[in-house]
Design a binder for this molecule. Sequence first.
Ligand code: SF4
Length: 567
Amino acid sequence: MSWTLKKKAQARLAQEQGTIRKDWGGKVPVALVYPNTYAVGMSNLGFQTIYWYLNQLPDVVCERVFLPDPEDADELRRTSTPPFSLESLRSLSDFHMVAFSITYEGDYINALRLLALAGIPLRTADRGPHDPLVLMGGVCAFSNPEPLAPFMDFIVVGEGEELVGELIQAYREGYRERQSFLDRLVTIPGIYVPDRYGVSYQPDGTVAAVLPREGASAIVTKRRLSDVNRFETISLVKTPHAEYGHMALLEVGKGCGRGCRFCLEGQVYRPVRHRSVASLTETVAKIAKDADGKRIGLVGACVSDYPWIGDLLKVVEDQGLELSISSLRADSLTPDLVAALARGGHRTLTVAPEAGTERLRRAIRKVITDEQLYAACALIRRHGIPNLKCYFMIGQPTETLEDVEAIPDLAQRMLERLRVLDPVGKPFGRLTLSISSFVPKPWTPFQWAPFDTVESLQNKLEIIKRGARPFSNVRVLHENPREAALQALLARGDRRVGDFLELATRLEGDWRRALREWDADAAFYTTRERSIDERLPWDHFDVGVKKSGLIREWERAGAEAAPRPVG
Ligand code: SF4
């Protein structure tokens, strides 16, 4: 192992608070892997929660593994250092279970690269009795895990808090060899063993059927927590090396009832379940006791919709904590909430109009009016918050060129409301337009929609940048549409997309080259509009979303399309 990398890991640990260290003797060692860097992984609340729950089980030792930082790639190669855990510096292949927490499709290749670097065979079929069991959880596990199906021994479909206990119990009671353990796992609701399902295809390339075998059930049903108050979702490990690492993150509930038609989280975490103020009060008090716990970040699909937000703000302030919230709905901002954020030191407030026109916002069901956005501008200035960030998406269904041109126009109108002095005479800072490309996601009404082409998205970005150029305090940030196209391929891919992932792994993550060399057509998965009669690669899952409801919403979105000019 590289001495330099070992030192770096130890320095990181020394700066953490809340690290859990356990002895390995007689316990099941589980590597909890975030297939991205330490800074990204440690900002993920789900990852932190599972780390804590697994370590609460007396017969488990759970340690964290991350993708090496890019600057360490040469050192890793030079010293042939395999990925290793932060806590005990053991190699990934020393663990009995390698559990990936995956919340972003772009990390699929990273997950396979970590297996390859550890010398663990990529495909389940090639693993032997001494290889670890490889599994995945996280939102990608229940949106559409099919592109990763050839590489995962099993997949945890659902909110993992309860399931991890059942999983470890099954392992403790019955692990003798891989196949008999998988026999046992297929009987646990919410565990998907991909190898127990055969997929056949139509002559046109679409999925014909998914047939279960050897005891697997035809439909894999997502597990969800019935009582969110029984499980605290809180980040307990703090680090200066992660975006939200300096604050305790606290989940106020699961799900969102708004039903924006592009939003995966808004669908798959239903029904909406809010934690009670009483149970959150206990957690907030625990955070406040921590000598360094001065700041708290509230997390949830839509925090400003939390029904008792006023009471919760009071609890947070009574405990002497500062408040932070990552993104808010412009139509549920209240003076109290903005004032609390201002007192908590918020320098930037973030809202997500998603579209430049009210017409397109109606089509995507993000029903926020321009007036509500102007009111949000006035509110942040009244409370002295200097910066505003707005999320927009381009390439959405029914979008026209007018909708794209409307984004800088709207920014200009917002700027007119923002360019006022705050109560202490300070001027406005900056308006950031953060533009992403729409990626159609499974389980949403837009799952049948085509992904826009990269060229078209690049043109739209140019229109927005050109429109914003005259304003010195408007900044346009955007991701690369090619990366969005990769995400679109992986989000709605079937098992055959696994071949592309394997190729990209062999090419050390060079996915652009892998796309060129792959003997399939990525456009089949990305820019093709799907018929509602087509069998989708994730149709053998039940995540609690009814297809009939999605079809109805998809048709309603079409009805909001802009009328075509006559003549
Ligand atoms: S985009 Fe936000 S408000 Fe809309 S459904 Fe998703 S989480 Fe809810």
